[in-house]
Design a protein around this ligand. Sequence first.
Ligand code: FAD
Length: 411
Amino acid sequence: MKIVIIGGGASGLMAATAARETNPTAEIVILEKNEAIGKKLLLTGGGRCNVTTGLDDIQAVLKHYPRGAKFLTSALHRFPPAATRKFFEKQGVPLKTEADQRVFPQSEDGRDIVHVFTKLFARSQITVKNGATVERVEKTPDGFLLQLRGGTKPLTADHLIIATGGQAYRQTGSTGDGYAFAESLGHSLTDLHPSLSNLKTQEKWPAKLSGVSFARARLMVSKNKKLAQLGPFLFTHRGISGPAVFALSALIAKEKITAQQPLKINIDLFPDESNEKILTRLQMLIASAKQRAFCNVLAELIPKSLAQLACGELQLNPTSHSAEISKKDLRRLTDWLRAIPLHITDRTAGEEFVTAGGIELTEVNPSTMESKLCPGLFFTGEILNMDGFTGGFNLQAAWSTGHLAGTNAAK
Ligand SMILES: Cc1cc2nc3c(=O)[nH]c(=O)nc-3n(C[C@H](O)[C@H](O)[C@H](O)COP(=O)(O)OP(=O)(O)OC[C@H]3O[C@@H](n4cnc5c(N)ncnc54)[C@H](O)[C@@H]3O)c2cc1C
């Protein structure tokens, strides 16, 4: 049996490994357009590779996928985060789990993750063809025919695994080629959108606060409390970024957002406190420094640049003595800090981490990853209409679906 895998990213690498575990004699070939496998893997987690999550309760893990959670259930049960951790540790890469449950190699070096596969493939006679760009895929009565760029003779496969990823970070080789292959084999695609991205704002003032970060805030779409995220965020020269922003961008990935039709959000800088408590804190600060300029007193509660901005936005005289600020103005200020309004105009496409949308999930068997329309064809990873939040969930989806596809393609 000959199994061909298009794509040497996370899911393709795991698919090849699982195929070999299942079938010691099958011919297994990975076709990767780059000059080496795992180009995107090396960039993950800022080079440290957040390889999976430390969470073990599958129901809790599934909550981290805004799209595709139901489809992923079976794959996650068969190859859960614990299996990922065990796999890499067994291959000689000790891992560590950080307080927020993100799991990294102890070496903090994503190259160790890629080396696992390089070594495994050399030992288990899995062929990796680098610099091999697949241009066309065809179904034949016996299997599949693949046309490679610059190649004269097409390649054959009994079973084909398409592991070409999404179209985020295109410079890594993930340019969405697999979508066309899938369509040519009868599959349909959902709309595609960037997810896990920074967000651009209509307001220009975030630029003045660029780099100012908050450890915990609640970001919510105005008038839709379901679209809300709690976590760290920061202001950037074009808007907002950080884990809570990425997560919110995943929740709003399919919302129509334009400069003409921006999406209004609010930021609550004190998600764990009541308005009364914030007011009391402000009053206590004022009581201890009645003659100081109000803006300087406010800077004891929030970063100075934000204090200056707040005074401007609420038309409070920043040089007024703090004792001169009325209780009514303090209440206005408190309300503002609990719901700073911003209008999102764009998602900074090109910088997103994953693609939301992909192969229509109803056309793929979630227990095997095999196409329901084209026997012998399998899909893995980000090409499918599923995506997760940050925290190792996208790689975990790639490992789980890759493992399931490889196992079943090799049977
Ligand atoms: C900067 C960045 C950081 C990230 N950090 C994390 C993180 O820390 N943790 C996490 O869980 N997720 C992270 N992600 C997301 C995660 O990397 C992806 O979801 C995951 O890599 C998807 O795996 P995949 O195998 O589906 O596709 P990919 O990893 O995209 O691999 C697809 C492969 O297919 C190849 N290919 C495409 N077309 C062809 C063709 N025609 N012929 C031959 N080969 C082809 C590509 O060159 C590529 O190597 C990050 C993403 C980015 C962009």
